[in-house]
Design a binder for this molecule. Structure first.
Ligand SMILES: Nc1ncnc2c1ncn2[C@@H]1O[C@H](COP(=O)(O)OP(=O)(O)OP(=O)(O)O)[C@@H](O)[C@H]1O
Length: 297
């Protein structure tokens, strides 16, 4: 794994009381099935800081969702977890309302409009100490944050009754999860099923959420194949292959890391495509990712 060049920054941000500084060290996750146990994560280490967006990338099945679930404390009962997860330097549970998790699937009521879906969620999730008008205001504000004001009165829709687009649905799901202003936000494939323009729009909104509410939020998102524009929104990158870390560090330095290890990104190629091609073992075409990893681990 790449060494942490931002070490001083890490120490400085550890005392950041506004946000959630999440660190994890030597995480191992195994799943117990009928045919015995299978290792999914093998000694994964990393961190996520307030005000930053960490992207977890890697080939399909490499363990991205499992890492996200582990960090969010959502692993199933048939899994076993080893290693340490620290919040602001301490072994503790996240306080209620501190974190939110946007799953891959949009589980929304198709008959509601965007306003109704978000407003009803606000009524259910926000504390009794807030008045109805404050809750309504929060819902409207959050809809604006995610750029959904033009679709506010459109039905979500579904099978047989077309409503808002797939990208808008993703944004409604995110809206519902950020209503409580969580300081830590997990997103599992927020751009799955979206075209590159919609993906950029969604990720850009996520990356710039703090400009709306002033919260130095820690955002961790698993993502399949970001465009180069989306890639530029990431502060840090965790690149996994078969449950192990190939690269962890600033997203802007990943290119240099691959180049210095003999895998330069061809001119005009999307860097994330290049990284995924280089570390994907599934099709047996490319080199062993551990040759790359072992250089810096
Ligand atoms: N509860 C479980 N029981 C059995 N196998 C599991 C379980 N959870 C994960 N796995 C296996 O672990 C591996 C990693 O799964 P995970 O969903 O974390 O990968 P991923 O990188 O998110 O994949 P994708 O990009 O395709 O969503 C896969 O081979 C998956 O089948």
């Amino acid at each position: 794994m790449q060494s942490n060049r931002g070490g001083n920054d890490v120490v400085r941000t550890m005392g950041d009381e506004d946000g959630v500084f999440l660190t994890w060290e030597d995480l191992w996750v195994t799943v117990n099935g009928k045919k015995g146990s299978k290792s999914i994560l093998e000694g994964v280490t990393g961190y996520a800081r307030p005000g930053e967006l960490l992207a977890i990338m890697g080939p399909s099945g490499c363990g991205k969702s499992t890492l996200l679930d582990t960090l969010a404390g959502r692993l199933g009962s048939n899994t076993r977890q080893l290693g340490e997860i620290l919040i602001n330097g301490h072994k503790q549970k996240l306080a209620f309302g501190t974190s939110a998790y946007v799953t891959q699937d949009d589980t929304l009521m198709t008959t509601l409009t965007v306003r109704e879906a978000v407003y009803y969620s606000a009524q259910l999730q926000l504390p009794d100490s807030m008045s109805m008008s404050e809750k309504k205001e929060r819902a409207e504000m959050t809809i604006k944050e995610m750029g959904l004001q033009d679709a506010i009165n459109t039905r979500i829709g579904g099978w047989g009754a077309k409503g808002i687009s797939g990208g808008q649905k993703r944004r409604v799901s995110i809206c519902i999860e950020i209503l409580t202003r969580p300081k830590l936000l997990f997103l599992d494939e927020p751009t799955s099923g979206l075209d590159s323009a919609a993906s950029y729009y969604v990720m850009n909104r996520i990356a710039k959420l703090d400009q709306w509410d002033g919260i130095r939020r820690t955002v961790i998102a698993s993502i399949h194949q970001p465009s180069s524009e989306v890639f530029q929104l990431f502060h840090n990158l965790c690149l996994l292959s078969s449950g192990r870390t190939v690269y962890f560090g600033p997203a802007s330095e990943a290119n240099e890391f691959f180049a210095s290890n003999g895998f330069p990104c061809p001119t005009l190629q999307n860097p994330s495509d290049h990284f995924l091609k280089t570390i994907n073992k599934d099709f047996g075409k490319v080199s062993d990712p551990w040759l790359l990893c072992s250089v810096v681990c």
